[in-house]
Unconditional design. Structure first.
Lengths: 350, 297
């Protein structure tokens, strides 16, 4: 089993490293796929393991996006002039400035959302169930509406992120962003895998199953809930920062705090793959992205109609997800001991 | 920032009156929300989109030369059947399940409606002109459009009719019984499935009325649904389920809050302030409840 896992990981790693050269036309799509998987994995920490169905992780994603771009611009040029409407952009980043700015920007984009999560965690995570869901939904939309009114980050007309500098090769931009997002994906996966093998995951599961009992057993649930949210915020911020550079343009409600799209996508991907599993979000995000892009390409214009129908269908008919379905079909593979006679008896009762 | 509100008292009066007339409409939508939440334990994110759909019905009547005020009668009839259809297709499968499933499923319906309306009616901001003129008060310092007064009056009328209907009619009794205890109601011979469908239909019809009124007094746009959902959710959690005077009061309060936010912060922050208020109310509620919990310890 362990050896198989190792082969699987090495296979994925080789595929990931070779992908931009094998499918050169899909580099941007592959980068977006990496970002989507990161978002699904981080959502799963709340929604799957902790039982807190949040629509608000989009807040950290958008925050990271704005922060990374602002730092990247603000380190070298006046930010207000950059985002001013009209006129030609006369500022150009040299390659050194671009990469320096990106590095510092990504650090800020990861750290500040983590701090924000820690600050608001105590008040927000005290809510339970649907109050939490609606509150985080409100938080995400409020952030979008408010950032759409702030002048210095471009207000309603958006924020153009620094264009990629000319470093010789035309393919450099796609490769740079692909490898960056792939790196973040690996980091996220390994970090979450490491976390899930400790007691922390058990505590999160205890919170999901019965929070009051967990508290009565002496677990400081609030502390662990906040830590879990901070971990999500860290990786969401990173993903947002990269996505901002990749898209090249930040709009307050359509790109950054896009609760209607990205905010629902992360929930949907995790549910499609299977909540509360390590691999579920990865599989779900991959399937979802392939389906989405296929549909977007062939039925342009009807994509949101399809999205709405897809949400309803997945939620109603497929709430356990792909991993849940596999688990029911092949319980032996998941390390569950099944009594053959018992299983047959169950079938007969049906 | 505009401090005119404090320097010129008539603007305060204007904002209060505007807010109250607007708040009555919000309260009508929130009443539907409270109804379905109480009876079926469903939070309907698509509530606002049903409102907008109702608005488009009135707008189309206006386009075809019928006075849009008749939409107040036509929209609820059509919306009732739309509501029943949504119930039969989706909602009846999520009634007994986890609340989050219902939130997500109705979120899907919301996106679907939003986009279908965008296809069907275009992405323009539209309004149905009722031609009712305006009323001047206090030496024409306060200007109130008659359409707003009309809409508030119609909202109150519908709300009162519904309350009486709920009290007196057989279906109303069945709905109230199901809200109290669905199992017991089932045992005593209430067809809960029918009651749920009727409840959702009535909710959609209320949204239709509110939408028709909104298309007369304000503007409608396919993507404007979500703020109405959030407003009605907020009103219901502030007032509590089944507290009708509370719903009316908090609806008006929200209307006044919005008008003042509009004047003081500026129109671009209006929707943002509504969503932020929701977060603040929920956080306040959480601290209030946790204090109660500690007291019980």
């Amino acid at each position: 089993m362990n050896k198989n896992n190792l082969i699987l990981y090495i296979g994925i790693l080789i595929f990931g490293l070779a992908a931009p050269y094998v499918f050169p036309a899909f580099k941007v799509q592959l980068s977006i796929l990496c970002i989507l998987i990161v978002l699904a994995i981080t959502w799963n920490i709340q929604g799957g393991e902790m039982g807190y169905n949040t629509f608000g992780n989009i807040l950290f994603y958008g925050l990271g996006m704005y922060l990374c771009a602002s730092v990247q611009v603000g380190m070298f040029f006046p930010l207000a002039e950059w985002t001013e409407s009209g006129g030609e952009k006369t500022f150009v980043h040299t390659p050194t400035q671009f990469f320096q700015g990106m590095a510092v920007g990504l650090v800020v984009a990861a750290v500040v959302p983590t701090i924000v999560a820690a600050l608001i965690g105590y008040s927000i995570l005290g809510l339970r169930g649907h109050y939490f869901a609606i509150c985080t939904l409100g938080l995400g939309v409020a952030a979008g509406e408010i950032s759409g009114g702030i002048e210095i980050i471009g207000a309603g007309q958006g924020f153009t992120t620094p264009p990629f500098p000319n470093v010789g090769s035309l393919e450099a931009r796609g490769e740079f962003f692909y490898f960056l997002s792939f790196l973040v994906l690996i980091l996220t996966f390994l970090a979450v895998k490491a976390i899930y093998s400790t007691r922390f995951k058990l505590i999160l599961n205890a919170i999901r199953d019965n929070e009051d009992k967990a508290e009565a057993m002496g677990i400081e649930t609030m502390k662990y809930k906040i830590i879990g949210w901070m971990i999500s915020a860290f990786f969401c911020g990173l993903a947002g920062g990269i996505m901002g550079g990749l898209v090249g343009y930040i709009d307050s409600t359509d790109v950054a705090f896009d609760g209607r799209e990205m905010g629902v996508f992360m929930v949907l991907m995790a549910i499609l793959g299977g909540k509360g599993t390590l691999w579920g979000p990865v599989i779900g995000a991959t399937v979802f992205h392939i389906f989405k892009e296929g549909f977007w390409t062939f039925f342009l214009g009807w994509q949101y109609v399809a999205l709405g129908v897809l949400i309803v269908v997945i939620v109603i008919y497929f709430p356990e997800g792909i991993m849940g379905w596999l688990r029911e079909k092949y319980p032996e593979r998941f390390g569950e001991v099944v009594d053959e006679a018992d299983r047959k008896a169950q079938v007969e009762i049906k | 920032m505009d401090f005119l509100v404090f320097q010129y008292p008539m603007i305060t009066v204007q904002a209060c009156l505007d807010g109250i007339l607007l708040g009555v409409l919000f309260a009508l939508i929130a009443y539907g929300m409270a109804l379905q939440w109480g009876v079926m334990n469903i939070i309907n994110i698509a509530q606002g989109d049903l409102v907008i759909l109702g608005g488009y019905i009135a707008y189309f009547m206006y386009l075809y030369g019928i006075h849009p005020a008749w939409g107040v009668i036509v929209a609820p009839v059509i919306m009732y059947f739309v509501g029943i259809a949504i119930y039969k297709l989706v909602i009846n499968k999520v009634v007994d399940r986890d609340l989050f499933i219902s939130i997500l499923a109705t979120f899907g319906i919301s996106i679907l409606f939003m986009q279908l309306m965008n296809f069907a009616f275009g992405a323009d901001v539209v309004l149905a002109n009722s031609g009712y003129g305006t009323t001047m008060l206090f030496d024409s310092n306060v200007v109130l459009p008659n359409s707003k007064i009309f809409s508030a009056f119609i909202s109150i009328l519908f709300a009162v009719c519904l309350v009486i209907y709920m009290k007196k009619s057989k279906l109303g009794r069945a709905i109230r019984a199901t809200a109290q205890n669905a199992r017991a109601a089932k045992i005593l011979g209430v067809d809960t499935e029918k009651v749920y469908a009727a409840t959702f239909g009535i909710n959609a019809a209320l949204c239709g009325v509110a939408g028709a009124l909104i298309s007369i007094t304000f503007t409608i746009h396919p993507y404007m649904g979500l703020p109405y959902t959030i407003r009605s959710f907020m009103i219901v959690i502030v007032a509590g389920l089944g507290n009708l005077p509370g719903v009316a009061m908090s609806g008006m309060g929200l209307g006044v809050f919005e008008e003042f936010a509009d004047y003081i912060l500026g129109t671009e922050f209006r929707i943002g302030s509504v969503f932020l208020l929701l977060v603040l109310i929920l956080v306040y509620r959480r601290f209030k409840l946790s204090r109660k919990r500690e007291y019980l310890k």
